[in-house]
Design a protein around this ligand. Structure first.
Ligand SMILES: *Cc1c(COP(=O)(O)O)cnc(C)c1O
Length: 311
């Protein structure tokens, strides 16, 4: 347990990736290597929440997510390590009809189940009520009291944990670039950034609400959201993105995921080519992990007769 909370003190490595014309260099912070099961930013987001749940004497951790969610997989694994029961409220009532079949077809849920997570499958409309007092009360009646981790894991304690992604050594970078889902990760990074650094967020979904989310957790203004690399929306991909991920893997031996980090690195490379970065820029991209999502994406790609992600 103590080991789990302390692994974040291990400083993750910044790996040099490539030098581009005009003396522009690109590095990746390998947060994906932080923990084999609680990868990258999900570890950062859960760390202080789990400490708080234990401090408050909770035995149950409850959270929400989609059926392929990195957050669900990470919460299940983290709960197991910390000795907390986990309950996952999952979008998609139909998945609960035949659990054996669902688990056979969904490696994310299969993994969460193997960590002992209990599932409650709900309809999409019920899922939208997830933050209402009445639904939370229903859940308490069903599962007993619990420590609530929001969908995607973003709250003030998560942002605090994400502030630890950056260290003193990272002050040499001019740009820090990260993928954005709910905005928790980038908020922590902004809070920890130096005032001469610029933080770039690459939303993995279409969403004009993200700036407001980020402003709730951070008050600096040395950041910008780059809105054109969502590839059509959350978990949407095209053949170019898949090809980019596969080529990147072949060239640098680093796996990117299709939901977040693939879009991020694609976007950074595209902006470099387009002359967005001034000469001499040192860019640090954050590899936030998320590789467990590849299997789910590949089963989707297979059905569509598209090229698969090589892993
Ligand atoms: C969840 C996730 C993100 C998004 O993090 P937010 O804090 O929700 O913005 C980025 N990358 C990966 C790999 C993730 O799993």
């Amino acid at each position: 347990m103590a080991n789990f909370l302390n692994i974040a003190e291990k400083i993750t490595k910044n790996q040099f990736i490539a030098e581009f014309p005009n003396d522009i260099s690109f590095f990746l912070k390998r947060e994906d290597l932080l923990h084999p099961e609680v990868s990258g930013n999900k570890f950062r987001k859960l760390k202080y929440n789990i400490a708080e749940a234990l401090e408050q004497g909770h035995q149950n951790l409850l959270t929400f997510g989609g059926a392929y969610s990195n957050h669900i997989a990470a919460t299940a694994a983290a709960g197991k390590i910390a000795g907390l029961n986990t309950i996952g409220v999952i979008r998609g009532e139909e998945l609960g009809g035949n659990l054996t079949k669902t688990l056979a077809q969904n490696s994310t849920l299969k993994f969460a189940d193997s960590c002992g997570m209990q599932f409650k499958f709900v309809t999409r409309s019920k899922y939208r009520e997830k933050e209402t007092a009445s639904f939370l009360q229903e859940l308490k009646e069903e599962f007993g009291t619990f420590y609530l981790v929001p969908e995607g894991g973003t709250n003030a304690l998560a942002v605090k944990g994400c502030g630890e992604i950056l260290t003193e050594n990272d002050k040499e970078f001019d740009f820090i670039a990260t993928s954005v889902g709910t905005g928790g990760t980038i908020s922590g990074i902004i809070n920890a950034s130096g005032k001469n650094q610029k933080v770039l967020g690459f939303p993995a979904l279409k969403g004009d609400f993200l700036s407001e989310e980020i402003k709730k957790f951070s008050s600096k203004n040395n950041w910008e959201l780059i809105l054109k690399y969502h590839f059509g929306g959350y978990a949407k991909v095209d053949a170019h993105l898949i090809e980019f991920i596969n080529n990147f893997k072949e060239e640098y031996q680093i796996q990117l995921d299709p939901i977040y980090t693939g879009k991020l690195v694609f976007g950074i490379f595209d902006l470099i080519k387009a002359g967005y970065f001034p000469a001499g820029s040192k860019i640090l991209g954050i590899h936030t992990g998320g590789l467990q999502g590849i299997a789910g994406m590949n089963s989707f790609l297979k059905k569509k007769n598209m090229h698969l992600i090589t892993d």
